[in-house]
Design a protein. Structure first.
Length: 451
């Protein structure tokens, strides 16, 4: 008996230590078992308490009266599947007649407390089927990206969602995006993670960093072009617009509209071109857009109008030419002058880190998702990197990027420097850097010529 008591005490101590120091390990070893038992035992009563049951059907009531049996209880949704994950549980339910997926979304907070889970989110899988995704611990407290999160074609993992899923930045689906946040909110770390993830793809990175390049210059070996002041930025954007027009001329020549070719081979963007003709996709990262929009003299005002005009043109027309925008700033409102709201309207993706006032949150989400505005202003100051990510459809989710040191980001960029393509039109803006050591010297990749 003494040995059994000591063993149980030791197991309980280990469980408590894991829950305190390694919540992910605790969940996979102990928490998932407790959670499954708790959910299955409480399921019917919780559904009834949360108003997620339906009264018995008329034929069941009639049958009970005819046979003299008690009136049957209300029915809860039928469990189709209960699947454990590395961060929580996925509960798939078959709805009863008369139920709606919105009922489960509205009751998510009550379900979280009733099942003693960290977070519960509901989404409709198909007609009549709802999925409850529950997390067993705070996945945003200590972000650990899963090793299985792999990049795809213009799709890279950059953060962890509050429901335990990986947040991907998909440029094919959301070509242009806005990233806002106050100082020390984690905006630069988000951009650093994004560059480190994009460095592994065969694309061209173009950067505009008007803080004399302090954010992007350390990663310059992976950049095809880099501008560190407004004058250079204006020239770089003009060159990108000309490059975009050349790409459209290439697409127009290779559209293959002749009647003897099937419709599937007709193209209107670079992705349907043959591999040997496809221009290299370009991701343009703009750090602190306000530095491009502010002016004090007439000459600076003319330069500012030229910059904003080029950015608007790239945002409106760049997707089909394989040019994607990632615009960062502390604020992005109409006080930055004419053309700014027009540019913001073209940025489908929205990511808002902690902001200093509600107005800044409204600049990102006020016109598409009012609920996300409240979530943005509630981000705590002791959780840098936490953000609200959404798009123009109105959907949004809380995310947090893992902390990535600048040293590690530089190592990643340098290790993939051989992927940096040469685009002849951007040669004038190529960063001039001392050569790497012999073991790490990058080879040169030349982009397909556009002629």
């Amino acid at each position: 008996m003494t040995a059994l008591t000591v063993t149980l005490a030791l197991v309980a101590t280990i469980a408590l230590l894991l829950r305190w120091q390694r919540p992910a390990w605790y969940w996979m070893s102990f928490g998932v078992v407790f959670a499954v038992v708790r959910i299955l035992a409480r399921y019917a009563s919780v559904m009834d308490a949360c108003g997620l049951t339906v009264p018995p059907s008329r034929w069941r009531l009639a049958l009970a009266r005819m046979t003299g049996r008690p009136i049957p209880d209300s029915r809860a949704p039928r469990i189709l599947r209960l699947r454990p994950t590395r961060t929580g549980l996925v509960l798939r339910l078959k709805l009863r007649p008369g139920q709606d997926a919105f009922d489960f979304s509205a009751a998510s907070d009550r379900l979280r407390h009733s099942f003693v889970m960290q977070n519960v989110t509901a989404r409709e899988i198909r007609s009549g089927v709802v999925e409850l995704r529950m997390t067993g611990y705070d996945v945003l407290k200590r972000v650990q990206m899963p090793a299985a999160a792999r990049a795809g074609v213009m799709r890279v993992p950059v953060a962890m969602r509050e429901d335990g899923e990986v947040y991907y930045r998909d440029y094919r689906q959301t070509p242009h995006a806005l990233n806002v946040g106050a100082t020390q909110s984690g905006k630069s770390v988000y951009q650093r993670n994004l560059v480190a993830a994009l460095a592994t793809l065969d694309i061209a990175l173009v950067g505009i960093d008007c803080k004399q390049g302090v954010e992007l210059a350390p990663l310059a070996r992976r950049f095809t072009a880099l501008a560190d002041n407004p004058d250079a930025a204006a020239d770089l954007l003009d060159t990108l617009v000309e490059h975009m027009e050349d790409v459209y001329q290439l697409i127009r020549r290779e559209q293959r509209l002749s009647a003897d070719l099937p419709d599937a081979e007709i193209t209107a963007d670079i992705w349907d071109l043959p591999d040997h003709l496809r221009p290299t996709p370009i991701v343009l990262l703009v750090d602190e857009v306000a530095e491009l929009a502010l002016f004090a003299t007439k000459e600076e005002e003319r330069r500012r109008d030229r910059i904003i005009t080029s950015l608007v043109r790239l945002a409106q027309l760049g997707r089909a030419a394989g040019i994607y925008l990632e615009v960062c700033g502390q604020r992005f409102g109409s006080e930055l002058g004419k053309g700014i709201t027009m540019l913001r309207a073209q940025l489908t993706g929205r990511t808002a880190h902690r902001v200093n006032d509600e107005t800044s949150a409204n600049m990102a989400f006020g016109d598409i998702a009012p609920d996300a505005v409240l979530a943005t202003v509630q981000i705590r100051t002791d959780r840098p990197g936490t953000a609200v990510a959404g798009d123009s459809s109105g959907g949004w989710v809380r995310i947090r990027t893992p902390h990535l040191t600048l040293r590690r980001a530089v190592n990643i960029a340098n290790s993939h420097a051989h992927r940096t393509p040469e685009i002849p039109a951007l040669d004038a803006f190529r960063p001039v850097l001392p050569p790497l050591g012999k073991a790490a010297a990058p080879s040169t990749v030349t982009a397909p010529a556009i002629a």
